[in-house]
Structure formats: structure tokens, C-alpha cells
Design a protein around this ligand. Structure first.
Ligand code: ARG
Length: 567
């Protein structure tokens, strides 16, 4: 928790006998800044005090109005609107950022706790889908957000590297594959082969049987099948890692589905021991009616094979045992809602107390991003396209990237292009279905990644022109302009926004916040000259500029975006 709001929070906590944490969550900006700086809603007190919220507001306003930290407190309906004394508030903010730098906004609330994040998790033998991209981006950002709160974060790629699709892949490669192509573009080649397999199987029903046979061989340790599987797995991971690096995402472990193969027998026995299984048409199932779920979880099919869900039970047990997590987050599209409800319900029925710490962090569809048929994408292709589009926009514009040295243009185009894709995925609540458009995502004046990055570059440019980063204390009494005050209030929200983003598993809180700060900065910079004013005013404004740069840079970092210094 930042000290900036502490006096105000303390004041209301004392006056209402509501806990400080709760007060912090209740204080909000009034509908317009003319009404005041912060509003305190009195609804929560109504029950306890048996009075109407409006009446409480009147009394509360009276009680707090004599305090030093505020200029005025006025009851408006069920709210108390307060106006703060600006100078001490600004002073604390600038000082805090001066002392903490990029750590401003971080906290230690997660120290000693562990969160396991299962994200991206594409299927090795199948196309990478837009959903996998969303998962990669949301999961990447969540991993940084939790680390920022002090958590130990374990980032796991639950690669789909097992099951009949692998058999299909081997079949397709044996029939139509090309080694050189595989070495050069493993994923593109495998996706082509996979799609061809599914086109041709209609005319050639023998293909399916062949694929099943290959998977059986793989399961029983056949050398040829095994070697091929290992090879495509290794080259896929290599290629994925290259794309993940472009997205600024990393994993601590690839623990794919195959990893749990050896644990499945024991897993099934454990479920049986819990006495919750049944045999139905030769399949072993877990009925979940008692948990309000009509469809049972299938543990083992009638042909004796295990499925995705069996491996997820094994994976969850493995994680609980090895990481003793406080939270295990599955960042997976909402299409799999039923799967995760079944999984968590089964874990509960097995009696695991940690089952309630497993969460399906679901998200909606992003339309308009696919580069191939059927929603498939090639990550490199998509990111290349983003970078190219930035280059085109910049070429067509005389102002953009004027400051960027020729040798750095490529790097900046990449940072902004990739940033636009990331931001386009994170700037709305994750459960919403959205339409992605390149024009919107790359609009340097819209609510976009490029807009925020551009604000950051302008901040850097002001600081560069000033010659040196402002150090030491400044006289905040010079900062009296309303645009400065509006910016300061935005900046002070940062620690709360980070907390909210973690609590709701919503990186979008940070994305939207970054736009708000960039906007407040733009207004400030339109109305207030920084350089060339009298020295004390310039120094104070420069300190505010630096504070803004630190906050925007930290916010972009939490979104896994790069922060070019020139644009
Ligand atoms: N590979 C799966 C898919 O593409 C996603 C895996 C998500 N993680 C999990 N533990 N089930 O649909």
C-alpha cells in the first residue's frame, strides 16, 4: 500500500471504524473532478448504524472536515466528497517514487506464497490458435503482476504433446512430410501436414487407423515413433521459445501432457480409492451430479485409453505436491469451462483441500487476428505482420519515429508492433469477446499500445532535453495547475490498480490505467510548459515528468511490453 493515500484512508477508517483495507477499496473518484478529489460511499455503514446512507454522509462530512489533510468535505447524497490539500499529497508521491523507482506500485503481500500459472499450452501436433495467443499474453502479464506482489511464480507450459493427434502427425509426416521443411519451419510444416491429414481422411478412411496405430506404437515405446516424437517436440519448443521471446514471455517448465504418462495408473487408482468412480459402457467415469454437473468426467475410455482430463488430474496432484501452491491458475479459453468445472469438482470429491485454490482464468474470443484458416495463426507470421504495419504507418507519417536512429528503427517497430498485439488483447476485460482490427490497434491517438508507448517516449525526450534526471527534493508548492493535479491523482492510483489486477486476474486493469495516465500526461503537457519556466517550477514539473515516466514504464512492463525511449 502506498503512503500517498495513507492519511486520507486513516482519516476515514478512524471516523467510520471501518478497516483501512476496506476504506482503501471504497474510496473512488467522484463522477467529475469539480465535485472533489475522492468520494467515500456510505452504503456499507447504513446497516450497522441503522441510518440512511445520505444521513450518514452528512454526519461523516461534518466529522472529517476539520482534518489537516483536506480542504473540504461535502455530503452529496450517499457520498462524502473530499477535496485534498494538494501540496503534501504531491510531495509524498514524488518522494515515494524517487525512493522506490520502478518498485513503486509493488508490494510484499505475496511474499511466502506460491502461484502456479498454467498458460499458453498449445498442442504440439495441432495449429496454434488465437486462444493460445490470448492465453500466452494474459498469462505472461499475470506472471509479472504476481511477481510484483512478491509471490513465487511457477510458469508452466502444459504442452499438448500426447494423444492421437500425435499419431496423425507421424502418419502425415511419413506420407507427405519433408525433412528440410521440418527443420526450417517446424510448426508451419506440421500445421500444413495436420490440415492435409484432416482433408484427406474423408476420402481415405485408412488414415485414421494408421494414426491410431502410430500412437499405440508411441505409447508402447517403439523406437522410430519415439525418436520422431522427441524430434518434433524439441523443434516445436525451440520455435515456440523464439516466438515467446518476441512476446517477452518465459516459462519455468514445459511439463506437457506426456510428462504425466507414467503417473496415470496411480492417478486412476487414487480416484477409485476415493470411491467416486463408476463403470459405464465399459468406460471408467466420475459422476458429478452431487456437484451440480450433469456430464460425468471420463477417466478412462472403453478402449482403455486415458484422456486430457485424466492427465489434468495427474498434473494438478503433481503441482500440489511439488509446489504446495496457494493458487493454481489455468489461463484457458472459456470454451473449456465444463472441463475445468469437472476437473475441480473431481479434485474436491477426492478430498483435496487445495482444490478450492484452483481457478479457471477464462477469456473470450478475439476475432480478426488469425493468419490462417480455422482460427489458426502462425505466431511469427502475425508478429512480423504487426511490425511491418508499424513500419508502413511510420513511413506515411512525417512526425513519428523522427527521433529514432536508423540503426534502431527495426527494434522500435518490433516493440511497437508486438506491443499493439499485446495491448489489443489486454485492453478489455478478459471474458469479453472482441473484434481485433489493425487500424484500431495501431492508432497512435487511440486507446492503444502505441499511444501509451509514444507517451513514454515523449516523457523520455523531455528528460533528455532537460539534460539530467531530476534528483533531490523539489518545491511542490509550485505545482498548482489543475492539469498537474489531475495527473498526480492518476499516478497515485497505481499501487491500487496493481492490487486490483491481481485480485481479479485482470491485466486489463493495468492496460486501461496506462491509457488514463498517458491521457492525463497529454493534457498536462498541452497546458503546462516544463522546460524554460522559472527554475523552481521547471524542476518541480520535471520531477512530475520523471514520476510519470516511471509509472508508465512499470505499467508497460507488467503488460510484457517494451518501452522504447525514442519514437
Ligand atoms: N492444450 C490445451 C488446448 O489447446 C490447453 C491446455 C490448458 N491447460 C490444462 N492444464 N488443461 O486446448
Amino acid at each position: 500500500m502506498t503512503r500517498v493515500l495513507a492519511p486520507l484512508i486513516g482519516l476515514f477508517a478512524k471516523a467510520t471504524e471501518v478497516e483501512e483495507r476496506e476504506v482503501a477499496g471504497l474510496l473512488c473518484p467522484p463522477p467529475s473532478s469539480e465535485l472533489g478529489d475522492f468520494a467515500f460511499p456510505c452504503f456499507v455503514l447504513a446497516k450497522r448504524l441503522r441510518k440512511s446512507p445520505a444521513q450518514i454522509a452528512v454526519e461523516l462530512a461534518e466529522r472529517v472536515s476539520s482534518d489537516d489533510t483536506i480542504v473540504s468535505a461535502v455530503a452529496v447524497g450517499p457520498y462524502v466528497n473530499v477535496r485534498l490539500r494538494r501540496a503534501p499529497f504531491i510531495g509524498t508521491l514524488l518522494e515515494e517514487v524517487r525512493n522506490q523507482g520502478e518498485g513503486f506500485g509493488s508490494s510484499s503481500s505475496g511474499v511466502g506464497k506460491c502461484v502456479v500459472l498454467d498458460f499458453s499450452s498449445p498442442n504440439m501436433a495441432k495449429p496454434f490458435h488465437v486462444g493460445h495467443l490470448s492465453s500466452t499474453i494474459i498469462g505472461g502479464s499475470l506472471s509479472r503482476l504476481f511477481a510484483y506482489q512478491g509471490y513465487r511464480v511457477v510458469r508452466i507450459n502444459h504442452l499438448g504433446d500426447w494423444g492421437t493427434p500425435v499419431g496423425q502427425q507421424i502418419t502425415a509426416f511419413k506420407r507427405w512430410g519433408n525433412r528440410t521443411e521440418l527443420d526450417k519451419h517446424p510448426i508451419a510444416h506440421m500445421v500444413d501436414l495436420y490440415q492435409r491429414f484432416h482433408r484427406e481422411k474423408a476420402e481415405n478412411p485408412g488414415l485414421e487407423e494408421e494414426a491410431r496405430e502410430w500412437f499405440r506404437k508411441l505409447e508402447s515405446g517403439d523406437r522410430e515413433a519415439r525418436e520422431f516424437w522427441e524430434h518434433i517436440r524439441a523443434v516445436s519448443i525451440q520455435e515456440l521459445n523464439r516466438a515467446y521471446a518476441r512476446l517477452n514471455v518465459e516459462f519455468d517448465a514445459y511439463l506437457g501432457e506426456a510428462f504425466y504418462e507414467g503417473m496415470l495408473q496411480e492417478t486412476i487408482e487414487e480416484v477409485q480409492k476415493a470411491g467416486i468412480t463408476e463403470v459405464s459402457d465399459g468406460a471408467l467415469i466420475v459422476p458429478l451430479d452431487s456437484k451440480g454437473i450433469k456430464t460425468p468426467l471420463i477417466l478412462r475410455k472403453s478402449d482403455g485409453s486415458t484422456i486430457y482430463a485424466t492427465r489434468d488430474i495427474a498434473a494438478a496432484r503433481y503441482r500440489a505436491e511439488n509446489y504446495r501452491f496457494n493458487l493454481c491458475l489455468y489461463v484457458v479459453a472459456h470454451d473449456q469451462e465444463l472441463h475445468f468445472r469437472q476437473l475441480f469438482a473431481t479434485l474436491e470429491l477426492m478430498g483435496y483441500d487445495w482444490a478450492e485454490r484452483c481457478v479457471h482464468v477464462q477469456f473470450g474470443h478475439v476475432h480478426g487476428m488469425s493468419t490462417r484458416k480455422g482460427g489458426a495463426i502462425l505466431l511469427d507470421e502475425l508478429l512480423d505482420r504487426a511490425t511491418e504495419k508499424v513500419r508502413e504507418t511510420v513511413m506515411a507519417n512525417q512526425v513519428l519515429f523522427r527521433d529514432v536512429p536508423a540503426a534502431e528503427i527495426d527494434e522500435v517497430c518490433e516493440a511497437v508492433g508486438v506491443g499493439a498485439v499485446i495491448f489489443g488483447t489486454l485492453n478489455h476485460r478478459r471474458t469479453k469477446d472482441v473484434e481485433f482490427s489493425w487500424d484500431n490497434a495501431l492508432n497512435f491517438n487511440g486507446e492503444t499500445g502505441p499511444y501509451v508507448q509514444y507517451a513514454h517516449a515523449r516523457l523520455c525526450s523531455i528528460l533528455r532535453k532537460a539534460g539530467d534526471e531530476p534528483r533531490g527534493e523539489v518545491n511542490v508548492n509550485f505545482l498548482t495547475h489543475d492539469a498537474e493535479w489531475a495527473l498526480v491523482k492518476e499516478l497515485a492510483r497505481f499501487p491500487g490498480v496493481v492490487e486490483e489486477a491481481c485480485g481479479q486476474y485482470e491485466p486489463s486493469c493495468v492496460a486501461r490505467y496506462a491509457v488514463d495516465v498517458a491521457r492525463a500526461f497529454t493534457v498536462f503537457y498541452d497546458q503546462c510548459r516544463v522546460l524554460g519556466e522559472e527554475p523552481e517550477l521547471s524542476a518541480a514539473r520535471l520531477s512530475l515528468v520523471n514520476t510519470t515516466r516511471v509509472v508508465i514504464s512499470s505499467a508497460l512492463h507488467l503488460l510484457c511490453m517494451k518501452t522504447p525511449e525514442r519514437m
